[in-house]
Design a protein around this ligand. Structure first.
Ligand SMILES: [Zn+2]
Length: 392
């Protein structure tokens, strides 16, 4: 006994024949369900005309599959309208069934590029793209009304040479991309953030040390605490420290191995590596002091999961370090001190909140892969559609 539903993956059909013609499978079928007028639901219909519809259907392995459906043109005896017969799983005027369109969507989603997929299925690459976007829009419509996440990560990433950078809004609790917006300037974000609903729900915003983002968040998210991203803070400290080292010791600072050791946290150094560092400091005792200061500062900033009480001595130590930086007399360190001072509050919240932008950075890698698979995007709205569905 053959179950038509199992063969076709669609309900309500009767199969009248299956044959293979020139490597293609032809399934002749008839829709057996009740027929009614789509306008008034009447079942008093008169057949005006008959024809055969031949939509593509899900391939069987590598063999293409075509349905042969007997389709009627009806006239409703009640409202007098004329209409074509409706079939489950086949939209009006479409030349492919929904299971086939979905299988193409899925294959492209999984990374088969559209020209290869088009060649395999004997459809145009533009068709692949069109169907793909159809399904993405459908999925997006199901999620419409998603409110602003409570814990938000904001970061920038490169979009294209023509359009420059884009800003990512990431839901750090659910590990999904909330949205991407073209541009990273105040003007670009202002319009988007003004219209964004549910902004007062946001409690925590995590970001790198970008003052444009900070100003926008302060303005638009009244209930949010801003947390600096630990990775970016420590990278900034390392950057200024290495610049300082370059000024003191222009030759030694070009040594790749030493450079890598200087960047590391102390717990990532082996004993013999510590000895190497100490030896290199013998020529420049001032550098040793600066290095030790940098290590202390980094360790201070690595602390997390603290309650309010233990934060107080940490804050004191941090303020002292900032004072020392301002008195250092070296341009690089003074500049670092100024940046850290202007971000002192956001850096101090790092001790209490463990959120960081690691997830957002991970998504940026995923977005790069998306861009590569599409050989780059010219149209930002196409890119945004993909990112919102495929990075969630
Ligand atoms: Zn009718």
């Amino acid at each position: 006994m053959i179950s038509p539903e199992a063969v076709l993956g669609l309900p309500g059909y009767q199969i009248t024949g299956i044959q293979e013609v020139a490597g293609k499978i032809r399934i002749s079928a008839r829709h057996a369900g009740p027929k009614s007028c789509p306008h008034c639901n009447s079942t008093r219909l008169r057949i005006k005309d008959k024809r055969i519809r031949q939509p593509r259907h899900e391939s069987w392995g590598l063999r293409h599959c075509v349905l042969e459906l007997e389709s009627c043109k009806f006239r409703c005896r009640d409202c007098g309208r004329t209409f074509g017969q409706r079939f489950p799983g086949l939209l009006p005027r479409k030349r492919a069934t929904e299971p086939f369109r979905r299988s193409v969507f899925q294959a492209h989603y999984d990374g088969v590029n559209r020209s290869r997929l088009g060649r395999r299925e004997k459809i145009g690459s533009a068709t692949v793209e069109r169907w793909f976007q159809d399904y993405l829009r459908r999925q997006l419509a199901e999620r419409r009304g998603a409110v602003c996440p409570r814990v938000l990560g904001i970061d920038e990433h490169f979009f294209s040479r023509k359009d420059g950078y884009a800003t990512t809004f990431c839901d750090l609790r659910r590990h999904t991309i909330f949205d991407v917006v073209l541009g990273r300037s105040q003007a670009a974000l202002e319009d988007y953030l003004t219209k964004l609903p549910g902004k007062d729900r946001v409690r925590v915003v995590c970001m790198d040390l970008a003052s444009v983002y900070r100003a926008q968040v302060r303005k638009h998210f009244p209930n949010a605490k801003i947390v600096a991203d630990r990775f970016h803070v420590i990278r900034l400290i390392n950057h200024h420290f290495l610049a300082c080292w370059r000024e003191i010791d222009p030759i030694g600072s070009k040594h790749r191995g030493l450079l890598s050791l200087m960047r590391r946290h102390r717990h990532n150094l082996k004993p013999e590596q510590r000895v190497r560092l100490e030896l290199s400091f013998d020529q420049f005792p001032a550098l040793r002091e600066i290095y030790r200061f940098k290590q202390r500062l980094c360790y201070l900033l690595l602390k997390k999961h603290r309650t309010r009480k233990p934060c107080e001595p940490l804050a004191k130590r941090f303020l002292k370090a900032l004072y020392e930086l301002s008195q250092a007399g070296l341009a690089q360190l003074v500049q670092l001190g100024q940046t850290l001072t202007s971000w002192a509050a956001e850096i101090a919240t790092m001790w209490r909140f463990t959120r960081n932008n690691g997830i957002t950075e991970g998504f940026h890698t995923k977005m790069e892969v998306l861009q590569r698979q599409a050989y780059g995007f010219r149209n930002f709205s196409n890119y945004r559609l993909r990112v919102r569905i495929m990075c969630s």
